[in-house]
Design a protein around this ligand. Structure first.
Ligand code: PAF
Length: 219
């Protein structure tokens, strides 16, 4: 597995793949990989000759009082997991590579970014859209794979791709869950035992609601 930290080197490698007519699938992540990320990489593997996974904890999508500093990171483990699941190239730039001194251009998302997560995390989707747009320009993938776990994010990135005429096909992969139904997420590790127990109730409640509706409940 090739490891690239420099933006320029990634651009040059992407150019070589294009010249060789190899199709590239990109799996953007913030690392601390789990089975959900690996399922995205496997889907990418089925669809393209080269699988690039990016690992970049993107400061632009964290608010000033959010968990950028404490976001879980484990580079050695990520390397092992990515390699074992068939990733060809890991692109892991540092913040100064992606946002050099004087950086000033951002992608504003419209209506879709105003609700749900966008309402409680102002600027979050602007940061996500900006970094994903940059990753698309650097890696030039044919396909990019995102998880349905972040459904609003996937919808916003699909819209960004259409609005900006980016020649990338967005694939959305199903949610991967823990045995008790909690959607896998890097941040789950930071839940206390009690929070972890409560979190599983979300999916159980949704399932119960679904069963009741299917049985005719309309109240
Ligand atoms: O879903 C994530 O992990 C991030 O929001 C993404 C898409 C990698 C952009 O930083």
């Amino acid at each position: 597995m090739q490891i690239i930290h420099s933006v320029q080197e990634m651009i040059e490698q992407a150019r070589r793949w294009r010249n060789e007519r190899r199709s590239v699938a990109l799996v953007p992540t913030m690392g601390f990989l789990h089975e959900g990320h690996l399922s995205l990489a496997r889907l990418a593997r089925e669809e393209a000759g080269v699988v690039v996974m990016s690992i970049f904890v993107n400061p632009a999508q964290f608010g000033p009082h959010e968990d950028f500093a404490s976001y879980p990171r484990d580079w050695e483990r990520d390397l092992r997991l990515a390699e074992n699941c068939g990733v060809d190239c890991l692109f892991a730039p540092c913040a100064a590579e992606m946002y050099p001194e004087g950086y000033g251009t951002f992608v504003e998302v419209g209506e879709l970014g105003k609700y749900l997560c966008g309402a409680s995390r102002p600027g979050h989707f602007r940061g996500v859209a900006t970094v994903v747009c940059k990753l698309f320009n650097i890696v030039q993938p044919k396909i990019a794979v995102f998880g349905q776990k972040d459904g609003q994010q996937a919808a916003i990135l699909q819209k960004m791709t259409e609005d900006l005429n980016l020649p990338v096909i967005i694939r959305k992969a199903p949610i991967v869950r823990e045995a008790d139904g909690l959607a896998m997420s890097s941040r789950n590790i930071r839940l206390s035992a009690e929070e972890r127990r409560q979190a599983a109730c979300l999916f159980q409640a949704l399932l119960l609601g679904k069963r009741l509706i299917e049985a005719g409940e309309r109240d």
